[in-house]
Design a protein. Structure first.
Length: 391
């Protein structure tokens, strides 16, 4: 039997996209991410998974490239239903090509042949089945992650619409290279958004990621203005973005948008094409934490060095200093914050999503199963990756 290539398999799992415009001579311009690729007929966008077929933009649909049940703290969201689980799905492809990507098997599909050799494959799954899986696994949130969600936004919205019917929260774990159009398309169906702010240097973005800094900053500002719950993550990479000057610029920018945005400073570990660089030391995370606090941020968290970073994994009330949530890694050891999100000592409000919204009665959506889809409901993420956060 002839084995289909990954490109052939993905071509069978597409629909016409929504986030694009038609151009002259069968060209299209995609608006899903800030690259805004102009794609001639028969060609692909930078992400490789959106392509022009006869003047129509085909986009990914009806499959997952990875699926797992994760603590919400792993996304990381520290101010969204602490201690709950997130039903996490990814597709394939990315608009960036970060050398240290820990999800490179899914994200670099069709760009790096090693991804296909390592087993990147689509697994058929409908939006209804994903939502049903989340309910069965007692998750409160459905999250698009493991590849760049922006480039597969049409599919995420299809899932999120159904998740909302069942009172689930919805979230993105993203590089933030978004456009206004995509954020407006997402907004009615999205509760929370994690943005990676990977550096504060445009050259670093261009050279090491294949993007630019400005759209990421605009995304953080737009999300805040739109009322989406936002948390920002900076993976502190030795020699790439870990100078105190650069970290200070990042912290000051986040604080300028809102001092209430949680800023996660997480430890790098060697991965993908960056195997020679050392882990980020806990001392560097502690310095980063202090830089965040000095910039005026109310909530700064160290990540990926559980138990080695003192009290910097915890949430404290910025008003009275009360310990509210005690964490070690992704584990919530203690939480005295109620569903209303007020400090029990001084009654000051703590921003975040602390209770399950009451949007509709919780119900299981009946779906027609096929043998293939049952197989797809197995956890297909690599176990090793559950040890670390997602950046
Ligand atoms: S999602 Fe981004 S990279 Fe992909 S085709 Fe659209 S604009 Fe280009």
């Amino acid at each position: 039997m002839i084995r289909q290539t990954l490109q052939e398999l993905l071509a069978e799992r597409t629909v016409e996209g929504s986030l694009y415009e038609k151009l002259a001579e069968y060209g299209v311009r995609c608006h899903a991410c800030a690259h805004r690729c102009r794609i001639p007929e028969g060609k692909r966008g930078v992400c490789q998974v959106r392509y022009n077929e006869g003047g129509v933009l085909r986009v990914p649909w009806n499959y997952v490239g990875a699926l797992d049940v994760d603590p919400i703290e792993k996304k990381p969201f520290f101010h969204v239903l602490p201690g709950s689980m997130a039903y996490s799905f990814g597709m394939l492809g990315c608009d960036y090509h970060c050398d240290y990507c820990q999800n490179w098997i899914t994200s670099q599909a069709l760009r790096d042949p090693a991804s296909e050799e390592a087993g990147a494959r689509p697994v058929d799954l409908t939006a209804e089945q994903i939502v049903e899986g989340a309910i069965q696994k007692q998750c409160h949130t459905v999250t698009s992650t493991y590849n760049e969600p922006l480039i597969t936004t049409e599919w995420a919205v299809e899932i999120f619409k159904k998740a909302r019917v069942d009172n689930l929260l919805t979230s993105y774990v993203s590089n933030g290279n978004a456009t206004r159009e995509t954020l407006e398309y997402l907004r009615p169906w999205l509760d929370a958004y994690k943005v990676d702010l990977k550096a504060f240097n445009d050259k670093t973005y261009r050279r090491s990621m294949g993007g630019t800094l400005a759209p990421v900053l605009e995304t953080i500002e737009r999300l805040k203005a739109m009322g989406v719950w936002v948390e920002v993550v900076t993976l502190v990479v030795p020699g790439l973005n870990d100078s105190e000057n650069e970290l200070s610029h990042i912290a000051k920018f986040v604080a300028s948008v809102s001092r209430d945005i949680p800023w996660h400073v997480t430890a790098f570990h060697p991965d993908y094409k960056m195997m020679e660089r050392p882990w980020t030391e806990p001392e560097k995370l502690n310095v980063s934490y202090q830089i965040g606090k000095a910039a005026g941020l109310h909530y700064v968290y160290s990540g990926n060095r559980p138990g080695e970073v003192g009290t910097t994994e915890n949430t404290y009330c910025p008003g009275c200093g009360q310990l509210l949530i005690e964490r070690q890694g992704f584990r919530v050891k203690k939480n005295i914050l109620g569903a209303e999100g007020n400090c029990p000592r001084c009654l000051g409000p703590i921003p975040g999503i602390w209770g399950v919204p009451d949007r509709a009665p919780h119900k299981v959506v009946p779906v027609e199963r096929t043998p293939r889809s049952q197989e797809a409901l197995l956890i297909i993420k690599e176990p090793e990756e559950s040890l670390l956060g997602e950046t």
